[in-house]
Ligand binder design. Structure first.
Ligand SMILES: Nc1ncnc2c1ncn2[C@@H]1O[C@H](COP(=O)(O)OP(=O)(O)OP(=O)(O)O)[C@@H](O)[C@H]1O
Ligand SMILES: [Mg+2]
Length: 507
């Protein structure tokens, strides 16, 4: 019977002398879910990594029951029953699901790998979690959402007593989120695991958690049983402003932006006509200059594939794409960029952030590459511009240190800044605020609207969050089963429910 709690007491962790955690207490109780929330860079992932043996704390202690413990490596924490799913997915894409599941603890029978037994156990695990995958296939063959679920399933398969989940829902949507939350609840209540669940979305956090802890600048600011924690106070702690103020700011920005476009019908930037690819059935739509087009659809409706097709990552079978009236069929993102179409993928790792370079250089890099003979002054100018853009996006952390040292949400801001810095005419964004905290999200929406309405960009945003689509877009189109008719509806005329219905009806 597992009734011992895992406790962190007075944890301190410094990076280059700066505290990321400044005396944090946290209790993880078997059978309960602790929801951990906080602004980007608050120290959530760092706390998790201290609990999981990935970081050694500079102060404080860890206890399981009344035993002091310390983990020299993540393997030592796993042995003690602490299993972790990190913010950046870590399964190896070129290994099979089975190989990933048993990595470093392969089953053997008389010295020989027990391949069939491992595969069977893995398949059972996959099915128990209701994941659509095969044990013998390579992990890289599956979409991010599936990989995310596999990570969690595999983490629990290691005799875990405690499960630490760092933003496990960022790559999931709709029903996938619901089923993940149900799995988390089940693991706590039925299997007695003590769970830490990091998440920026308060709806999800409050739904699944028994207690809520809000971290601000490396300190616990709010803590208590979920039903006694005030959401508004959590938002105020994280965003540094009242909910009303934040909403006022936003609607102010939106009004300003809306008034700027009154009566202005921008020219056509992108025109897609009966597009067919391996992944898409029949897509037609128009994106205009000076407007934000929101693309909404259910999982697998083809939204991501569509953006990828626009920048040449998938081959057209038939149909056409025009860019400002000219045929547009780039061989890849580089050629698309040269013609003014910049694409931000939903996957940070794949999107080619250069880990060892600092944030300013990462933002300026594509532009500097394009103009290899930039003089010193221009470089300086570029860096100044990068720095301004990053502060507009509410970056927190040292922008002159290697970008990998930034928190996950702050790395996302760097990628977004890099896309904008290329001064595109058309900006294609797949889940632009993934992992971004709720305070900065509204500001990013306002910035995107400003780019469209004031600078005349055509912005296309794919998002699985209905609220985001409605907040950021002027017009909305829906995708279903690889098709889109191109009928746009003004976002202002839609509610979340109507948006969902539109997607279901189309499906
Ligand atoms: N390896 C590292 N080297 C230097 N600084 C680091 C390192 N890891 C984290 N930090 C810093 O510690 C602070 C806390 O980062 P952490 O990743 O814990 O934030 P977080 O709360 O998880 O944020 P997010 O919501 O963006 O994921 C940040 O200022 C970050 O830049
Ligand atoms: Mg984090």
């Amino acid at each position: 019977m597992n009734d011992q709690v895992l406790r962190a007491v007075g944890i301190r962790k410094l990076f280059a002398g700066v505290p990321a955690l400044d005396g944090v207490d946290l209790t993880v109780t078997p059978g309960r879910v602790t929801g951990l929330v906080g602004h980007n860079g608050a120290g959530k992932s760092t706390l998790l990594k201290v609990l999981s043996g990935a970081y050694t704390p500079d102060g404080g202690e860890l206890l399981i029951g009344d035993q002091h413990v310390s983990f020299a490596t993540p393997a030592a924490a796993i042995d003690a029953g602490i299993s972790t799913v990190y913010q950046e997915l870590s399964l190896l894409s070129n290994l099979t699901v089975t190989e990933n599941t048993f990595l470093g603890r392969e089953l053997r029978s008389r010295g020989v790998l027990a391949k069939r037994a491992m595969r069977r156990t893995t398949q059972e695990l996959i099915e128990r979690f209701g994941i659509e995958a095969r044990a013998g296939r390579k992990v890289g063959e599956y979409p991010v959402a599936t990989r995310q679920l596999l990570e969690i399933a595999i983490a629990t398969s290691r005799n875990a007593r405690f499960l630490l989940l760092d933003e496990p829902t960022t790559s999931l949507e709709g029903e996938q989120v619901e089923s993940l939350l149900a799995v988390v609840k089940h693991l706590a209540t039925e299997e007695g695991l003590g769970i830490v669940f990091i998440n920026h979305k308060l709806d999800e956090l409050f739904e699944v958690s028994d207690e809520v802890v809000a971290l601000v600048d490396g300190r616990v600011q709010i803590q208590g049983p979920t039903d006694r924690v005030n959401r508004r106070e959590v938002i105020r702690a994280i965003a540094g402003a009242d909910l009303d103020e934040a909403e006022d700011d936003l609607s102010g920005a939106a009004e300003l932006a809306a008034s700027a476009t009154d009566g202005v019908a921008g020219g056509i930037a992108i025109e897609v006509d009966h597009l067919r690819t391996n992944e898409l059935d029949d897509v037609s739509l128009v994106a205009r200059e000076g407007r934000v087009l929101g693309i909404y659809g259910l999982v697998g409706s083809g939204r991501t594939e569509f953006l990828r097709t626009l920048v040449g990552l998938y081959r057209l079978e038939s149909g056409s794409i025009r860019l400002f009236g000219e045929p547009f069929q780039p061989k890849g993102p580089a050629e698309a960029q040269a013609r003014g179409v910049v694409y931000l993928t939903e996957e940070r790792k794949v999107d080619g952030i250069v880990p060892g370079l600092n944030s300013l250089t990462n933002v300026a890099l594509p532009v500097l590459r394009q103009h290899a003979r930039f003089g010193l002054l221009d470089r300086r100018g570029m860096r100044a511009q990068a720095s301004e853009l990053l502060s507009k996006l509410g970056i927190r952390g040292d922008v002159t240190a290697p970008v990998v040292q930034l928190s996950g949400g702050n790395q996302q801001k760097v990628l977004l800044a890099r896309a904008i810095a290329q001064q595109p005419k058309v900006l294609l964004l797949d889940e632009p605020t993934k992992g971004v905290d709720l305070g900065v999200k509204a500001e990013i929406h306002a910035l995107l609207r400003q780019l469209a309405h004031h600078s005349g960009l055509a912005v296309i945003v794919v998002s699985s969050e209905e609220e985001e689509v409605l907040e950021v877009a002027d017009d909305v189109v829906t995708f279903a089963a690889g098709s889109c008719t191109g009928t746009t509806v003004p976002a202002a005329n839609l509610t979340v429910t109507e948006l969902r219905h539109a997607a279901w009806d189309a499906a």
